[in-house]
Design a protein around this ligand. Structure first.
Ligand SMILES: [Zn+2]
Length: 498
């Protein structure tokens, strides 16, 4: 029986965010090894689950090594990264002999020191286990793929969809290619191509005929034409201040380097030619609220610059201030991270009224806390279950939370910044957004799942950890010229890691 090791280590970094993700933050979602890893992954929508199920269905003996998931934030503390790297590399080495390795990663992790953590892990693993054992990796669509990663891994496959609904399928695809490799049917190699260009995440949906949907269709056409075993497009997590971050094409072929180079180049050019199409209109908060009030039905107000899933702190009160100023009696809901306000509400108890200083508890570069006179409507433990998406079935943990009522506005103050999917976090704390005219979200894409007849959205722009206007960011490391700061008729290729 052939043996395959499985592991996952997922986190999305953001150079502009002040959030530091520590071991305790990973522990909230769980850090798993051995049989507990298989138990934790079973029945989920995770890439790891897709990989495990595929390897198991092919009759492989599984060696579960390590799994940890940290969501998004600024960077990971170096000590936990070192621990995770060691547990993955040494855990896999201790399991030898093996015929294959599958690892689920996000691909845009950063640490205080190490700026290419996935590359560091894969290179260390390759050095430790030698050249003969195939390594397959699945990545998020927003991964920052490096040449070091592509050199160390035999197979790299990215999510196809945004909103991300295919994590499981991506894990299954990477593991499926690994199975064929282990059985001797293919000898895969992975090539990457990259331009010095970044594009807004907000306009990167793969829904309908959106520009990224067209890119996705081109990737599938390349595969269908036999040009590659797998073609992936990475519009990249753009808020990474590094010289080697840019839109990237990746292709896996059966021992055909020129074909892999050509397919990676083709899909990269498919993104580049559409670079102007990823911009979406956005308003500042006050204008957004006023525009929403002119519309019929429910409007979702998308606080893009403070998007938690993009790594921002989730504590920006700009929209809160705009709602209090322009729609104080309108039935509305807003969620904001503020552990101090949540704790104060907990101490006061349900029914109490007080002045709360809300928001900007962590990040005061752009905003100050907003004073709000409010009644503690409800206290909650902040636990909810994701109804889908890349962590479907997993438990979300907002920590001790409270619903504060100020006029028509209900403010959900939470202890932790937690990845938003749909309205699970509101529902868990007793807020039915069906009764709200205005509802705020701090995510860049999942809100799309809530749109429909009578439900529209307005995106906000302004300062924050995930600003829409990438050309306005005071980048320190990014090399000029880059798109969109310069209107470049010809793209600049990034040929090496920094
Ligand atoms: Zn993503």
């Amino acid at each position: 029986m052939m043996r395959a090791a499985v592991a996952s280590f997922e986190f999305e970094g953001n150079s502009l965010s002040l959030r530091v993700t520590r071991r305790a933050d990973f522990e909230r979602s769980g850090i798993f090894e051995s049989a507990a890893l298989l138990e934790a992954a079973a029945g989920k929508d995770l890439a790891l689950t897709g990989g495990i199920d595929t390897l198991r269905a092919a009759g492989m003996e599984l060696v579960p090594v390590f799994a940890a998931k940290g969501g998004a934030g600024g960077h990971i503390e170096d000590s936990f990264f070192a621990e995770a790297r060691s547990r993955i590399v040494e855990g896999i080495a201790a399991a030898l002999p093996l015929q294959g390795v599958y690892i689920a990663m996000h691909g845009a992790m950063i640490c205080a020191e190490e700026k290419d953590p996935e590359g560091a892990i894969l290179a260390a693993l390759r050095a430790r286990i030698g050249p003969g054992i195939p390594i397959a990796v699945s990545l998020d669509l927003h991964a920052h793929v490096t040449h070091r990663m592509a050199a160390a891994a035999d197979i790299i496959v990215g999510y196809e969809t945004y909103p991300h609904v295919d994590a499981y399928r991506t894990g299954a695809c990477a593991a499926g290619l690994l199975v064929r490799t282990m059985q001797g049917a293919i000898r895969p190699l992975t090539r990457i191509r990259k331009y010095n260009a970044i594009v807004p995440v907000l306009g990167g949906a793969t829904l309908g005929d959106a520009p990224m949907a067209q890119v996705a269709a081109e990737a599938r056409a390349l595969e269908a034409a036999g040009r590659a075993l797998s073609v992936s497009y990475f519009p990249v997590q753009p808020w990474l201040d590094m010289a080697d971050v840019g839109i990237t094409g990746v292709a896996v072929t059966d021992a055909d380097a020129p074909a892999a180079d050509a397919a990676a180049q083709a899909i990269l050019d498919a993104m580049w030619t559409r670079r102007r199409d990823f911009e979406l209109p956005a308003l500042i908060p006050a204008e957004a609220v006023q525009e929403a009030l002119r519309r019929e039905g429910r409007t979702l107000l998308i606080d893009a610059p403070d998007s938690i899933g993009a790594g921002a702190s989730g504590d920006a009160p700009a929209l809160l201030a705009a709602l209090l100023a322009h729609a104080p009696e309108v039935e509305s809901a807003l969620c904001i991270v503020d552990p101090g306000a949540a704790a104060k509400a907990g101490e006061l108890g349900e029914g109490a009224e007080a002045i709360f200083e809300i928001g900007a508890w962590q990040d005061r570069r752009w905003f100050k806390p907003v004073p709000v006179t409010a009644r503690v409507e409800r206290l909650c433990d902040g636990l909810f279950t994701y109804r889908g998406g890349p962590v479907g079935g997993a438990t979300g943990r907002l920590g001790p939370s409270a619903v504060l009522r100020a006029g028509g506005l209900r403010i959900l103050v939470t202890t932790h910044a937690v990845y938003e999917h749909m309205d699970e976090h509101y529902a868990a704390c007793g807020i039915d957004i069906g009764g709200c005219r205005l509802v705020s979200f701090k995510n860049l894409m999942n809100y799309q799942k809530l749109l429909g007849p009578g439900v529209g959205f307005i995106a906000l722009h302004g300062p924050g950890g995930a600003p829409l206007r990438l050309q306005d960011v005071a980048w320190e490391k990014r090399q000029r010229p880059f798109w969109p700061a310069e209107d470049m008729p010809q793209p600049v290729t990034i040929t090496r890691d920094t």
